[in-house]
Design a protein. Sequence first.
Length: 382
Amino acid sequence: MIGGLRWITYLNPSRWGFEILMANEFHTLNATCSNLVPSGPGYSDNPNVSLANQACATVGKVPGQSTVDGNAYIALSYQYKYANAWRNLGIVFAYGVFFLLLLLLFTEVNTWIATQREVTYFARTSSGVSPLLTNEKTNDEEAGTQPRKIFTWHHLTYDVPIAGGATRRLLDDVSGYIAPGKLTALMGASGAGKTTLLNTLAQRVSVGVVSGDVFVDGKALPMDFQAQTGYCQQLDVHLPTCTVREALSFSAKLRQPKHVPAEEKEAYGLMLTHSYLLSINRVGTVLHMCGLENYEHAIVGSLVLEYSKRTTIAVELAAKPELLLFLDEPTTGLDSQSAWAIVTFLKELAQEGQAVLCTIHKPSAELFSMFDRILLIRLRLS
């Protein structure tokens, strides 16, 4: 290093930390010298040449000794001293406190930058954003819109075991129905059992005893009931590193029936039109229908909350829920504008023939007016 710039090393905290390590390691070292001078033929066998007349050929040597003290070695080689160890440790801690305060200062100064905008990342593609609209008609369109089915339940109760061998009733004599083409809201006080009822109707409970009758068009539930329904959880559970297109494709390939060709599953989830969700004269895709046409290559983990909710709904729609779509509080955590956009989207799904049941907590008057039907569940106090 240029002599005039040597002062820069004193600004580096690692310089002080390295001196601490070196001084600590060499402090107790007393190394044996491997090469004494003079030595060789004529010296090693000369009785007049003793250790008192020899010295070690190493920095820090002391004439007449065959060992080298570690403290002397680093003092002469690097100008490091063990006596400076505690001083250097204090300097390192001072640097740590300084950088911590500097970090806190800049965190406060730049807080507005993080809240000013949201950043959505897009995966790199070779062909850019593919077109999302197609004018081809599917077999479903040619056959026309299929009639939808009515989902009903009567005198539904749900008991779960608790400590001591007793049971607790979470649902007591609940009845209702969901009509196709209607956006139905399930409302009630906190703890009334809205999510419990939603899970029970979706056949997602595995603990406890459920009694009562659940019908589809007056008949018992089909064996593939869960395959004919979609369920959107309150928390958006996605692989954060995949794209929106990949999430929809994955759902379509895994959840549609085995006899459906893989190409058709891919097309349905990403490119095929939905005749039972879209009118015959209206052509679109799951992506287009969910308002995700500009986000198909976006990384799911970078989406804002509104579009993460839309992706959750799109993933369920890609699985072809012919009977019913369940949603658990889809507007939770959203601002008023995003909540309005999500409910408007659900309203459009219902208008195209999809039966939709969603729990909702404390909606605004504008959101409340969007629903076609309201199911109220009362809090059971005893």
